[in-house]
Design a protein around this ligand. Structure first.
Ligand code: AMP
Length: 283
């Protein structure tokens, strides 16, 4: 696997593959790779001839008081993991390469509506940063296919909407969330937690499953299920950001007779923001 940091090296490699008629799948990441990221690479390998991974901690998607400066950067072990997974090319641009004029002068992409609630409401500007970097990386890599984790359910919905709205010729594939044995969704931010806190965090998935079960069997209304889950979150010492039961396509509030539902949750634990979700079909 070759690692390239500059745009001309990236473009010439991709061009040579395209000239040979090979298809390219792309997995954008912020690094500190874990089994969740590697499951995206594995999926990408199954569906395309060549797999490009990027590692870029994107300053545009971090809020002022968020963890941009402390975000874990582990390039060497990430490279080894990607070699073991069989990725073909790693793109590791610098901030100056991506935003040469600085963030304030940078053109951006806003994806209205779907970006506005849930994480969008808690992290103003976050999805503008995500859509802008993904759009920019798509233009650099020019993939046929791109893989994103369902772990970031709203992010996946924002990307799908952007690709659709702007007629980008890229197929977007969603990949199921990888979890620890405890049920905790894998995340680079789990590294901020102690073992005890990880156990505490594993209640998030249990609470999601509990709510999903109640929804599937119509034992309580959507509002009753939300209220109970919020209480369970508080009982576990987790600080609620949001717990929303939504239509899985629009991410608007679910009505009691909706068929295709997703439960989206975000909590704080020891100042670490953790998100998870569970999609379900009503019986
Ligand atoms: P990140 O490095 O956090 O920006 O994530 C890069 C990609 O990996 C995104 O598409 C995420 O949704 C995906 N991802 C992160 N964690 C997981 C996980 N536990 N399971 C599956 N995909 C994940």
């Amino acid at each position: 696997m070759q690692t390239v940091s500059n745009v001309s090296q990236l473009r010439s490699k991709i061009k040579s593959w395209k000239q040979q008629g090979l298809t390219v799948a792309f997995v954008p990441t912020m690094g500190n790779l874990h089994a969740g990221h590697f499951s995206l690479v594995e999926k990408a390998k199954q569906i395309a001839d060549k797999v490009v991974v990027s590692i870029f901690v994107n300053p545009m998607q971090f809020g002022k008081n968020e963890d941009l400066n402390t975000y874990p950067r582990t390039l060497q072990s990430d490279q080894q993991g990607l070699i073991d997974e069989g990725a073909d090319l790693l793109f590791t641009p610098t901030v100056e390469t991506i935003y040469p004029k600085g963030l304030a002068a940078q053109s951006y992409i806003d994806v209205p509506d779907i970006s506005e609630r849930h994480c969008g409401a808690s992290r103003p500007g976050h999805f503008r940063g995500v859509a802008t970097i993904v759009n920019k990386l798509f233009n650099l890599v020019q993939p046929d296919i791109a893989c994103f984790g369902e772990k970031d359910f709203q992010q996946l919905a924002v990307i799908r909407t952007m690709v659709d709205d702007l007629s980008m010729p890229i197929e977007i594939i969603g990949v199921p969330t990888k979890r620890e044995v405890s049920g905790l969704a894998m995340s680079s931010r789990n590294g901020y937690l102690s073992e005890e806190e990880k156990t505490q965090a594993s209640h998030i998935y249990r609470i999601l499953k509990d709510a999903a079960h109640a929804l599937e069997y119509n034992t309580l209304t959507v509002n009753e299920i939300s209220d109970r889950a919020k209480q369970q979150i508080a009982e576990q010492g987790l600080i609620l950001d949001y717990f929303n039961i939504c239509d899985a396509n629009t991410l608007q509030d679910a009505k009691n007779n909706d068929e295709n539902l997703v439960i989206l949750v975000a909590v704080f634990l020891a100042n670490v923001r953790l998100i998870d979700n569970l999609q379900l079909s009503k019986a």
